[in-house]
Design a binder for this molecule. Structure first.
Ligand code: UN1
Length: 513
């Protein structure tokens, strides 16, 4: 099928402007001699508008303003802080289609996935509002009579959020909604590839803050590239740097923050795998694998990149996957029926081509896909057909994360072997097992099973709900965001011992004088 042409760039510009207008966001024009970024769209590969960005001085000013806001915000009762987040969630819901349109324009997602990402923002606001009445500590029994041993959780300080192009709004919102109820202002450095969605979200949060009486500087946006991120990371008024992106970025950020004894919350690469055992329901496996491996054109950190399949079912499963892959609609994400939009850039496509070449050199066989897809009217865009690659074993290219839709299929003979292959990669984000055998599932979930932060049974590796803690181990960085008790990363704990007796007994029974 010939994919149809995306609308021309002028129409895309007008569409972006209209959505920005509806959310009340303006695009700051570049100033001569000052940094700027260029909003662009992977739908056509064309530039949309130049946008003023933040210099190092601008970052310092934003952090200073956020730090001043902290002194006010930290003493606003948490449930009152929750009202700002509640209003923000309402505004997100009202403007869901505008935000989703911008996500499609800048990140290339199909509308269903773009709306899903906006829904994730609404959901985290709900969670954060609930948290605003729950971010409390424990009381422990004191070993001393007439003493109370307890803890309080206090706001931490300014949180610097660095986010990636692939979830341009949701990941920022996980951090921001939770940080705000915890009493922390946020300074946001989004991907330089997605400035428009960032401007839109910021306008809505500014409005929620103004309407609910929160200090205006509880949130500041700093646009820009590496230089802007570097200024944010080095500023010792930033108590926590929460960074999502490549392992390379994390490796640059972590030592800088550690050197000033700041906190980091890192969510870096994934090399997520599913194990398929003989009892698995193959119809369900095919549906789950296709969504996890080709959804978002393979550009989620949770994208399924490896499939470790028991040799008894590898042939029938490969056959079904081959058919499913061959029929995938690739093209303009706004075209009804499209499931696979563009890669973010030509560089991403080059990385995919290079990975496929390396896989073949290692003895791999490209079962289906990998070709460039030409979309009329978009010669500069990077559309590809997702690739399914059969590998004899887990070679170097399989152990690397290539941020594109390449699924490596590896055979195995037992669950033990599958777990060994599964864990033998540097990354540790998300994982799944497909089986109808409860013992196999439990072994995979156990301490001797998957070593990832997310471990699923009979669903794919991507598409996590916000209620759980999100993040992973090893080179994924160890951070946890979103639900469960992830809020603790955004607060500081004070342990309090209160003596309400007339005596001064010392701990450990120490007698002193
Ligand atoms: C990411 O790709 O950085 O679990 C986040 C998922 C989404 C979030 C992915 N809820 O796939």
């Amino acid at each position: 099928s010939t994919p149809s042409a995306p609308t021309d760039t002028a129409a895309l510009r007008a569409e972006a402007m209209a959505a920005l207008d509806r959310v009340g966001a303006a695009v700051p024009a570049p100033v001569a001699g000052h940094p700027s970024v260029t909003a662009r769209t992977p739908l056509t590969g064309a530039d949309l508008f130049p946008v003023a960005a933040a210099s190092r001085d601008d970052v310092a000013e934003a952090v200073g303003a956020a730090h001043a806001a902290f002194r006010v915000w930290r003493s606003v009762p948490a449930p009152v802080r929750g009202r700002t987040v509640k209003r923000f969630g309402q505004l997100l819901e009202e403007h869901a289609t505008d935000l989703a349109a911008l996500v499609t324009l800048e990140a290339g997602k199909i509308p269903a996935e773009a709306l899903g990402e906006v829904q994730e923002m609404v959901d985290i606001c709900d969670l954060a509002v609930g948290l605003s009445r729950q971010v409390g500590g424990r009381t422990m029994p004191s070993e001393r009579a007439g003493h109370r041993l307890t803890e309080q959780w206090h706001p931490l300080g300014v949180v610097g959020v660095i986010s990636a192009f692939n979830f341009p709004v949701a990941v920022w919102s996980w951090n921001t909604a939770v940080a705000l109820v915890c009493g922390d202002p946020v300074v946001w450095k989004p991907s330089e590839l997605t400035p428009l969605t960032a401007l839109a979200c910021t306008a809505l949060l500014d409005r929620a803050a103004a309407e609910t009486g929160a200090p205006a500087d509880v949130h500041r946006l700093v646009l820009g590239g590496r230089e802007t991120g570097d200024a944010l990371v080095r500023d010792d008024r930033v108590a926590l740097v929460s960074a999502t992106g490549s392992e390379r970025m994390g490796t640059a950020v972590a030592p800088v923050v550690a050197a000033r004894h700041g906190r980091t919350l890192l969510e870096l690469g994934g090399n997520n795998a599913a194990v398929v055992m003989p009892s698995a329901d193959l119809d369900l496996v095919v549906r789950a694998v296709v969504f996890a491996a080709v959804g978002t054109a393979g550009q989620r950190c949770t994208t399924m990149r490896r499939l470790v399949v028991h040799e008894d079912v590898v042939e029938p499963l490969l056959e079904r996957l081959r058919t499913a892959y061959a029929g995938l609609p690739v093209g303009d994400p706004r075209e009804p029926g499209t499931l696979v939009g563009p890669l973010v850039s030509a560089a991403a496509r080059d990385a995919m081509v290079a990975a496929l070449e390396a896989a073949v050199a290692d003895g791999g066989e490209v079962v289906v896909g990998g070709e460039r897809v030409d979309v009329a009217g978009a010669p500069a865009a990077a559309y590809v057909r997702p690739a399914l690659v059969r590998m004899p074993h887990q070679t170097a290219v399989v152990r690397r994360e290539t941020f594109a839709p390449v699924l490596y299929v590896l055979p195995c003979r037992s669950l033990d072997e599958a777990v060994d292959i599964h864990n033998d990669v540097p990354q540790g984000l998300s994982s799944s097992i497909f089986t109808r055998d409860a013992r196999e599932a439990e072994r995979f979930l156990s301490e001797a099973g998957s070593d990832c932060g997310i471990v699923n049974v009979n669903i794919g590796t991507s598409g996590a709900e916000i209620g759980g803690a999100f993040g992973g181990e090893k080179t994924t960085g160890g951070g946890r965001e979103s639900g469960s008790d992830s809020w603790r990363a955004y607060m500081r704990r004070a342990t309090n011992t209160v003596n309400y007796s007339d005596e001064l007994p010392l701990a450990q029974g120490v007698s002193f004088g």
